[in-house]
Design a protein around this ligand. Structure first.
Ligand SMILES: NC(=O)c1ccc[n+]([C@@H]2O[C@H](COP(=O)([O-])OP(=O)(O)OC[C@H]3O[C@@H](n4cnc5c(N)ncnc54)[C@H](O)[C@@H]3O)[C@@H](O)[C@H]2O)c1
Ligand SMILES: [Zn+2]
Length: 816
């Protein structure tokens, strides 16, 4: 096969040493396979994995006695996960032989010709197809209808993912056109676009869930789900390029088959071409490699296949792969360099993102000098609790590291070469204050695991310039202050102009300042446009008419702000954008604490009455509620809750935990002794009542309590809230009136409303229990019409729906 790249030190191994090394390689490959295929979470790079495979092959060439003796020598993929039903493939799903340079491709072509007894001059066609970096899927169509979808698994037996595959839009439920065999097994690759991958990871991050390392893992993780609703929410894509069982032949060539696939509504990769000339084929490979970053999805090479299916049959298979195909992989997108510095970027959601400043190095043709280090957990080797972090790399300034680029995703630091670590290096001290605003930065405890989150976040949400724009947009948004006219653009303009840093600033705007900022922005924009179009003449003066319109718009903005100086407490709380405080929690807080000074004082008291870490951890054990927790703290963890004798004793009886709780406690702490010790420690760390007022309220709970404490402990935030309270008047909780005369009615607003904005009108109607609709039908109960109402008014008359003026409506509302 490939030119042997044997490590010279392999040459003089004793038979025992060779066997041991062979076993080590085989184990390393099987473990990497398990992590990659079963867990969708590889721990080594693809290039590194390919090196292991290649070394195993070379080893077996060098020591023929060992050939085929390790489990990895002939394995494909990994065993199907037990989570799924199994599907036996009628035709096995194999791997592909690899080539890493052009000489190996030439060798492959020569080998095929030799095997077929063809002279160098005899024509021989190959298809060249992008090698999509996703996961392969076999779709069994019976009479044109999708019957089963299965992953590759170990090549013989795959996982049944039919329900999930049906949610993938690229996969037709029925084949289009005609002429497909009654049994038609279509194979291809499920993948994710770069854009969708980024969106999924964005959502994972927002939900505090682990991020996917790359689009392939995200695609595999999304398809291999027990809950098809999750698969359906991920925009998976599909390309067809192969087949399994067919009850009748489709075409005589690979390319002909792909054409038929396309006619049946199966997506086929548009960059597939057929070549009879090796040089032209390699030129195609280079073009695809050059276009790689712009494709929008990951590919890791080009697959060449003998086009003629009769010749494919003659060529047959070697152990893991067909003899008629070859995967020509792209040059490794990785390189080794030194970390000169580690710096922190603050993300728009306040995450402290570590970035490695690298000694510049060329990776896959691009000079790289920055690479992401993901989060604090990744940079560090051990967590605050002293436990090693699962994916923690312990990366230090001065370290020699491997940098990997995948598609157009930002380069990342993968591995540290510990043998090159300077003797005086120190673990990186991750900052505990936000570099953008100086507020404290904390790692929230994950309520599901009781462990700190891998990401550290700035707590200065209301004043942090790195997050400011996002926080302010949230503040004015519909479910927050709902300030009429304040779209995202205005917030950006005012933030950039330095007029608005924190919510209170919105209420301190005046006409002149606002106008200056808007005019400056408009002039900057038109200057930019002129520079782009190369025009040289000076800007036109704004006309009088335009100026008047602008003044009117600014007045309207200010009126929108004034209209919100009175705000229900729950809206204010939600608008602050405190992590974990959604609309429901904001309502619960407003219900319990009635006004802001009372709430702030209660949070201060709760802060002083906080529990110790062991109490918090106990609280995080799933299904252990406040009542059970307190019983445990009072009475200890029971020896055994199953014997009747013990259950009779009143104390033991009261200390009982349910079977599920017991199991969860044991799973969390390890064994009964560990639970007992933890409960004892927690008993000494109980919080005061001021804390429990929040934490034991079913609607607030410990997670929100901690988030409030973190938020209000940051003086910047507390000051910003006080500044806001100086500007606005807080009303008590906003309640939906269920018994109103409008409950359950459908109301339509039309024409120009003069006393309220559309949003306000809608909010009022909804608060009274009405449904607001955009069109008039026989089901409409009431139309509120302002001046200029048109077709909706006609519709109302047609359907005999009651029509009232805005004033009438306000009168009706006032009466309830
Ligand atoms: N990082 C790790 O720990 C790790 C572990 C295992 C595997 N891997 C990666 O997987 C590769 C080997 O695994 P493999 O056997 O799954 O893949 P392979 O590279 O040997 O190629 C076979 C696969 O290519 C895919 N493919 C994409 N486009 C194709 C096309 N047009 N025609 C045919 N096949 C196409 C199919 O899914 C097929 O199963 C490694 O080279 C490595 O990149 C990485
Ligand atoms: Zn900050």
């Amino acid at each position: 096969m490939a030119a042997a790249k044997t490590d010279p030190s392999d040459l003089d191994l004793t038979a025992d040493e060779a066997r041991a090394e062979h076993a080590r390689l085989s184990d390393a490959i099987l473990e990497a396979d398990r992590l990659y295929y079963q867990e969708d979470a590889p721990e080594i790079s693809d290039a590194e994995y390919d090196r292991l495979r290649r070394r195993l092959e070379d080893f077996e060439t060098r020591y023929p006695d060992l050939a085929g003796t390790g489990a990895a020598s002939t394995s494909v993929g990994a065993k199907p996960s037990e989570k799924f039903a199994k599907v036996r493939h009628a035709v096995p799903m194999l791997s592909l032989g690899n080539a890493f340079d052009e000489a190996e491709v030439a060798e492959f072509v020569a080998r095929v010709r030799r095997f077929l007894g063809l002279s160098d001059a005899a024509p021989l066609a190959f298809t060249a197809e992008p090698k999509i970096d996703g996961l392969s899927l076999s779709l069994r169509y019976v009479d044109g209808r999708l019957e089963t979808a299965a992953t590759r698994g170990d090549g013989e037996i795959g996982e049944n993912v039919t329900t999930n595959a049906r949610t993938v839009r690229d996969i037709p439920a029925t084949l289009a056109g005609s002429g497909w065999p009654a049994i038609c097994e279509v194979r291809g690759e499920v993948y994710l676009s770069h854009a969708d991958f980024a969106a999924i990871n964005g959502r994972q991050e927002a939900a505090g869930k682990p991020l996917f390392a790359n689009p392939r893992n995200a695609a595999a993780g999304s398809l291999r789900q027990l809950d098809p609703a999750i698969t359906a929410s991920r925009p998976l894509r599909f390309f067809a390029y192969a087949w399994g069982e067919l009850s009748a032949p489709i075409a005589g060539t690979q390319s002909g088959t792909l054409e038929r696939f396309a006619a049946w509504g199966l997506p086929v990769n548009p960059r597939t071409e057929t070549f009879t000339d090796t040089d032209a084929m390699l030129a195609h490979y280079r073009r695809i490699e050059a276009d790689r970053a712009g494709l929008g999805y990951d590919i890791d090479g080009v697959v060449y296949k003998v086009d003629d299916l009769a010749l494919q049959r003659r060529l047959g298979f070697v152990s893991r792969s067909p003899r008629w195909a070859l995967a020509h992989k792209f040059a490794a997108q990785e390189a080794t360099t030194v970390v000169d510095d580690i710096v922190i970027n603050v993300g728009r959601t306040g995450s402290l993102n570590p970035l490695a400043k690298l000694r510049p190095v060329t990776v896959g043709g691009v000079v790289v000098s920055n690479a992401t280090l993901h989060n604090e957990g990744y940079v560090k080797g051990v967590g605050a609790d002293g436990e090693p972090i699962r994916d923690g790399r312990d990366i230090r300034v001065g370290d020699t590291v491997t940098v990997v680029r995948a598609g157009d995703v930002i380069p990342k630091v993968m591995d540290v070469d510990l043998s090159k670590r300077p003797a005086d290096s120190r673990p990186y001290a991750f900052p505990e204050a936000c570099p953008a605003c100086g507020s404290r930065a904390v790692r929230a405890v994950n309520p599901r695991t009781g462990r700190p989150d891998a990401v550290r976040r700035c707590t200065g949400g209301l004043i942090c310039p790195a997050q400011g724009v996002e926080r302010l947009k949230h503040f004015v948004s519909r479910n927050g202050f709902d300030i009429e006219g304040f779209g995202e653009t205005y917030i950006e303009v005012l933030f950039e102009a330095g007029l608005v840093h924190q919510p209170a600033d919105l209420f301190r705007l005046d006409f002149e300042k606002l106008k200056d900022a808007i005019v400056a922005r408009r002039e900057a924009l038109s200057a930019e446009r002129r520079a782009e179009s190369g025009a040289t003449e000076p800007p036109k003066k704004a006309t009088k008419k335009k100026g008047d319109d602008e003044d009117k718009a600014i007045k309207n903005l200010l009126a929108g702000v004034e209209a919100r100086r009175r705000v229900p407490m729950n809206r204010l709380l939600f608008a602050l954008g405190i992590p974990q405080i959604g609309e429901a929690t904001a309502k619960a807080l407003a219900k319990r604490f009635l006004d802001m000074p009372t709430l702030v004082a209660a949070i201060r008291e709760a802060t002083a009455a906080q529990p110790g870490p062991d109490w918090v951890e106990l609280t995080a054990v799933p299904r252990v509620g406040a009542t059970t927790r307190d019983r445990l703290l009072d009475l200890g963890f029971p020896q055994d809750d199953t014997t009747k004798e013990q259950a009779k004793e009143p104390a033991k009886e009261r200390a009982r935990v349910s079977a599920v709780q017991r199991e969860n406690l044991l799973a969390h702490y390890g064994d009964a002794d560990a639970v007992r010790a933890a409960v004892e420690r927690a008993a000494g760390q109980r919080p005061g009542d001021a804390y429990r007022l929040f934490a034991d309220d079913g609607e607030i709970g410990p997670v929100a309590t901690d988030a409030l404490i973190v938020f209000f402990s940051e003086p910047h935030n507390a000051d910003a809230v006080m500044a806001l309270l100086d500007e606005v008047e807080v009303e008590p909780l906003e309640r939906p009136a269920s018994a109103s005369a409008f409950a359950g009615q459908t109301v339509v607003f039309t024409g120009t409303l003069e006393k309220m904005t559309r949003n306000e009108a809608k909010a009022v109607a909804e608060r009274l229990g009405a449904k607001v609709s955009g069109s008039v039908s026989a089901k409409t109960d009431l139309v509120v019409a302002g001046p200029g109402a048109g077709s909706k008014l006609k519709d109302a008359q047609k359907h005999g729906v009651r029509v009232v003026s805005e004033d009438d409506w306000l009168g009706m509302v006032a009466q309830g």
